[in-house]
Ligand binder design. Structure first.
Ligand SMILES: Nc1ccn([C@@H]2O[C@H](COP(=O)(O)OP(=O)(O)OP(=O)(O)O)[C@@H](O)[C@H]2O)c(=O)n1
Ligand SMILES: O=C(CO)[C@H](O)[C@H](O)COP(=O)(O)O
Length: 435
């Protein structure tokens, strides 16, 4: 089943794309990305996500991939992480027939793009094989294209970043297979039949195999076609299949600690904490001054971008930015700076607040909105502008009932314009702020 237009998602955000890459990696990645964005023939990449497990170890009736984390199913975070990566063309998700409708509902509700659903198998390997078959172009009526490189990633590892996806994809193109690894947390031992220690492995010379992994499609598809029923039933390592059946030695890539697999109930709490931390670092700037690049509002935008980690910027009046904004709200951004340059009232802020209220985003946590207004002291007497903007105080009282914390900020320029341009460090605003 094909859901959403292929390649329909917007481009990945420019900020964190190459984060964590160094030297040669960075150069290779930049080349890959520039080819991809210039539409030249970069290797075509697809992803397969096994999501057909029952999550026995979690010990709850709902399969863990559908368990809510901050009211949103876990798998939706993983899909979001993958679909942000513009060079992954198709994302094939393997789901049990029983959960197919639930999955379709998630794709629709969170507007996931480039997703195709296939039926899962009774084991993880069989689910992955079904995903690969859908990409192999030998399925009747399939709209999917056979990719050159395929990434395999568990649906229950939501914190995968673009840099590791890129590293495994590039390494797979060169070596045929690649996978993320982590140092072992505990020592691995081998027990004997009588329940006593037989031997222990030297911890420093072993690694934990994590996900994502990537392969030349032809290698991994061949391996799955060749492998035994025993492998499909009991195997846990795709890299091993590539080695055993295609003599392809996987390149191992150091992954981040956040790549761990949500397995036990406590992992859901850990996932929730990580998501909360990310949310708190993310800010959306809404800017209504599109034309005037010189305007003090632009200086503010530039400074915020420098000071904060995750910044999303929507340009243009909110009526044009409506779709972007819906997407940003869907992605759970809780901090907004609404810069009103063109309008003298707080109409733009009001539109933002309406959109936030309709979304119910603030049910779980307070949403913070800072409404910034500019006042050219040469044109408008300060008192007059203040009087007008005092209305925002009333408005702030009203939205507070709905867990939205609104704060107004008046920037009196051109004096402050000068301060913004010349300042290298905060404070950004030296004067008038209220309520
Ligand atoms: N028949 C299966 C079994 C597992 N998976 C998927 O493979 C990934 C990793 O497997 P695991 O963590 O073992 O998931 P479960 O099998 O669901 O968990 P448990 O072993 O605790 O039952 C998960 O995204 C899971 O949904 C799958 O697609 N098809
Ligand atoms: O560990 C892995 C790396 O190869 C796989 O990610 C996978 O999660 C193993 O799953 P299972 O729980 O089914 O053994």
């Amino acid at each position: 089943m094909e859901l959403g237009p292929p390649g329909g998602a917007g481009p990945a955000e420019p900020g964190p794309r190459l984060r964590g890459l160094r030297g040669d990696d960075r150069a290779a990645s930049a080349a890959w990305l520039s080819e991809a964005s210039a539409g030249r023939r970069a290797p075509s990449v697809a992803a397969v996500l096994p999501a057909g497990g029952s999550g026995e170890r979690m010990g709850v009736p709902t399969p863990k991939q559908f368990c809510p984390v901050l009211e949103r199913p876990l798998i939706s975070y993983t899909l979001q992480a993958l679909e942000r990566v513009c060079w992954i063309k198709d994302i094939v998700v393997a789901v049990t027939g029983e959960n197919m409708e639930v999955m379709k509902g998630i794709v629709q509700r969170y507007q996931h793009k480039r997703i195709s659903l296939v039926e899962a198998g009774v084991t993880r390997h069989r689910s992955i094989f079904n995903g690969l078959k859908a990409l192999a172009e030998d399925q009747p009526n399939s709209k999917l294209c056979r990719p050159e490189v395929v990434i395999i990633h568990d649906a229950v590892r939501p914190f995968v970043e673009e840099d590791v996806l890129l590293k495994v994809a590039i390494a797979a193109k060169e070596h045929g297979a690649a996978g993320a690894i982590r140092p072992l947390v505990s020592t691995v031992i081998s027990p004997s039949a009588d329940g006593c220690l037989d031997h222990s492995l030297e911890r420093t010379s072993h690694r934990a195999s994590e996900m994502p992994q990537a392969f030349l499609f032809d290698v991994i598809y061949e391996a799955y076609q060749q492998c035994s029923d025993y492998d499909l039933e009991f195997g846990t390592e795709c890299l091993q299949l590539a080695l055993k059946y295609c003599h392809t030695k996987a390149k191992l890539v150091e992954g981040s600690p956040d790549l761990w697999k949500v397995t036990y109930k406590r992992d859901l709490y850990a996932a929730e904490s990580i998501i909360k931390e990310r949310i708190s670092q993310q800010i959306c700037i809404l800017m209504d001054a599109k034309e005037d690049e010189e305007h003090v509002g632009r200086c503010l935008e530039e400074m915020l971008k420098k000071e904060l980690n995750h910044v999303k910027v929507t340009s243009g009046a909110l009526c044009h930015a409506g779709r972007d904004l819906q997407q940003i709200i869907l992605e759970q951004c809780y901090n907004f700076v609404c810069v009103n340059v063109m309008t003298s009232d707080f109409e733009e802020t009001r539109k933002l607040l309406n959109a936030l209220e309709e979304s119910n985003l603030s049910i779980l946590y307070p949403v913070v909105v800072i409404s910034v207004h500019f006042l050219d002291y040469k044109l408008v007497p300060f008192g007059q502008k203040m009087e007008h903007l005092m209305q925002i105080k009333e408005f702030a009282k009203e939205v507070k009932k709905r867990n939205i914390l609104l704060c107004g900020l008046l920037i009196y320029y051109p004096q402050i314009s000068f301060e913004l341009i010349s300042a290298t460090n905060p404070p950004l605003f030296a004067e008038e702020d209220w309520p």
